[in-house]
Structure formats: C-alpha cells, structure tokens
Design a protein around this ligand. Structure first.
Ligand SMILES: [Cu+2]
Length: 138
C-alpha cells in the first residue's frame, strides 16, 4: 500500500514539476512576443511654426511625423487648420500630401495681420495626433 502511494506521489510530483517547466517556457515565449510586436508606440508629431511673420510673406508650416524611431512617410492624412483670432468658424483647412522623410510641409501666406493658431491634424497607423501652435502676423 505504501509503495503504491509513494508511486502515485512520485508521479504527481513529476507531473507538477513538468507542468511548471512548461509554464516557464510559455511565459518566456509570450514575453519575447510582447517585446517585438505588442510594444505600444505612440504617433508623434513635431509641429514647426514660426512665432511671427509678416502678412503676405510665404511661411513654411511643417509637421514631422514619427513612430518610435521610424519616419512616417505614409500618413493617411495630414491637414493644417488655420484659425484667425480664435474664430474657429472661419478656419481654413489645407491638406498636405507630399512629404520628405516624414516631414509634411505647407507653404502658406497669411493675408492679414492678426493672431493665428495652426493645428496639424495627422492621421497615421490608426492614430490621430493634433498639436497646435500660435503665430503672430504683423
Ligand atoms: Cu485632429
């Protein structure tokens, strides 16, 4: 009787140990998967707008789009919204299709003096980011 019990216990202990070994391997596997593909990377947009400019002068507004170390050259949509003196109703929307190494640039002339706000709406890789900056036109 004792022998049988011992035998059963031994089998139990071995199977438990074996199961633990398997679990460890699986955990490590999942871990490495997370590292390579599930790492959350946020879309980043560096909006570059001069602080001030003269009316009628051509100004470059640019948005540098990155995802981690990668330059995003295939954004779904990049749009610059220009609002004068906080008047959102009469905002102007300009689409930018071309980019150079992930930098989307709009050449724009502000016609009148005033306080403007520029928002770059960027949609890429299922994310949307929209930083904004002020520019004073004299
Ligand atoms: Cu937006």
């Amino acid at each position: 009787m004792k022998r049988i019990l011992l035998g059963v216990l031994t089998v139990l202990v071995i199977s438990v140990l074996a199961a633990c070994g398997n679990d460890k391997k699986e955990d490590e596997h999942h871990h490495s998967e997370h590292k390579s593909s599930d790492k959350p990377q946020a879309l980043e947009v560096a909006l570059d707008v001069p602080k001030e400019a003269k009316s009628g002068e051509e100004v470059e507004l640019s948005a540098k789009v990155t995802l981690g170390d990668e330059k995003v050259k295939d954004a779904d949509e990049v749009m610059f919204e220009i609002v004068k003196d906080g008047d959102k109703k009469s905002s102007e929307m300009k689409k930018v299709k071309e980019n150079k190494d992930g930098v989307y640039t709009l050449k724009y002339k502000f016609k009148e003096a005033g306080q403007y706000n520029v928002t770059s709406h960027v949609t890429a890789r299922d994310q949307h980011t929209m930083p904004n900056k002020d520019i004073n036109i004299k």
